[in-house]
Design a binder for this molecule. Structure first.
Ligand SMILES: [Zn+2]
Ligand SMILES: [Zn+2]
Length: 417
């Protein structure tokens, strides 16, 4: 078995790994580079048969539903089978009506925790992992007597941290090559830990209690762990979590009973459809889906009155609705995403400026979707791969200091597993 990393040896974003055995190939992930300005002008990696399809290219396996792992899939031949988790498929399908450059895929096969699947010469064993993206997997791939372990994106401090401990306690054995993500290197000191989602929940409760008006939480609706954290905190602070149609559809798509959604039995949850979203739903011909929110709807004229008892899952463009409804009195914005997005050109820059100009207090309450250096060390020393190759990191040169058997490779070069 050979592998080549098309992108990811020196960066986060655009992850794509090609595996070859006996003339057959699969891809692990096909992400959009972080610095891509738009999909149309971003080239596909140099994988034979990707644009037009080719029998030797058996499948694209998506570790999880983050765009830096699937973002280029809309550009490939639809003949190439795509393999992913079932919830990832349904969340991506739900999101496709709401976000640009997305795609509603039909998975050819599903990744399922502990269930081996065979793609030509490749035997793939998925391990469900804790990550900010829902239904995320690390995968073990065996072919020709060689074994590869790809971490995907993972962490130990989220709501599914037990999965990380299970992986460390009963690690895959005899791993020849391990591709391990290193997102946190350079972002967190080696001996420091990230806040847990549980600790974040406590912090949110405290801040919601001391917020006079509406608490506006700017987090991704697809960060299900975080939405659960915010929902639980809202409930404990005596508030109702307001979500839009996009978040409502994503929550429904998780297919998990334990995840809040506008469905019978859930309290402290409401659905508000912002004006521009209402227009979008009509345009996309999916307006009838709001019928399923009956009993959960909140109307514009109720926003001001409910503000002090509400938490809204919020994006910057919703400010206009809240302003029009006079619901911003005493409001506070909580940025619950990576701080890097607040910088120049980032997705949060305009929101921060808008808050500043309106005099709305703005603070960050967030924890990473990625493992701390200490947790990565635990993972690497549990698996003890013959070779450890950094991926999904801006700091690969730190790997040899932290882990054993590190081999640095270059994008685009074939190497033996
Ligand atoms: Zn991810
Ligand atoms: Zn990623």
């Amino acid at each position: 078995m050979q592998l080549r990393i098309h992108r990811g040896t020196r960066e986060i974003g655009g992850t794509c790994v090609e595996l070859e055995s006996s003339g057959q190939r699969i891809l692990l992930d096909l992400g959009l580079p972080l610095n891509a300005t738009d999909l149309a002008s971003t080239p596909l990696p140099d994988v034979d048969g990707l644009a037009e399809g080719k029998p030797s290219l058996l499948a694209i396996v998506l570790s999880h539903g983050h765009r830096d792992h699937w973002g280029l899939v809309p550009k490939v031949s639809r003949q190439i089978p795509v393999v992913m988790g079932k919830a990832t498929e349904s969340i991506m399908r739900a999101a496709a009506d709401f976000v640009p450059d997305a795609i509603a895929l039909n998975a050819a096969q599903y990744l399922e925790h502990g269930k081996r699947i065979q793609l030509g010469p490749f035997a793939i064993l998925p391990h469900l992992v804790d990550h900010s993206g829902f239904d995320a997997y690390a995968v073990e791939v065996e072919a020709n007597g060689k074994r590869l372990f790809y971490s995907g994106d993972l962490r130990a401090h989220g709501r599914k941290g037990k999965l990380f401990e299970a992986l460390v306690n009963t690690p895959p054995r005899n791993v020849d090559t391990m591709l391990m993500e290193g997102s946190s290197l350079g972002r967190l000191a080696d001996d420091q830990a990230f806040l847990t989602e549980q600790a974040l929940e406590e912090r949110f409760i405290d801040r919601f209690r001391s917020t006079e008006g509406m608490a506006l939480v700017a987090c991704s609706a697809q960060n299900i762990d975080r939405v659960v954290t915010v929902y639980r905190a809202a409930k404990q602070a005596g508030r109702t979590l307001i979500v839009d149609a996009y978040a409502a559809e994503v929550l429904k798509a998780t297919g998990h009973d334990s995840i809040p959604k506008p469905a019978p039995g859930w309290s402290n949850l409401a659905v508000y459809i912002p004006q521009s979203q209402r227009v979008q739903l009509l345009k996309k011909n999916i307006a009838p889906l709001v019928d399923s929110y009956r009993g959960f709807r909140l109307w514009p004229e109720q926003l001001a009155q409910q503000a002090s008892r509400s938490v809204m899952l919020f994006r910057g463009w919703m400010m206009r609705d809240l302003d029009r409804a006079k619901a911003l009195q005493g409001a506070r914005v909580f940025w619950s995403q990576w701080d890097g997005y607040l910088g120049a050109g980032g997705s949060g820059e305009a929101l921060k400026a808008d808050c500043d100009s309106r005099g709305i207090p703005f603070e960050t309450i967030h924890t990473s979707g990625h493992a701390s250096p200490g947790d990565l060390k635990r993972l690497a020393s549990a698996i003890v791969p013959k070779r450890l190759i950094p991926i999904h990191t801006f700091q690969r040169e730190r790997f040899p200091d932290l882990f054993d058997n590190v081999v640095l490779v270059d994008d685009g070069k074939w190497i033996n597993v």
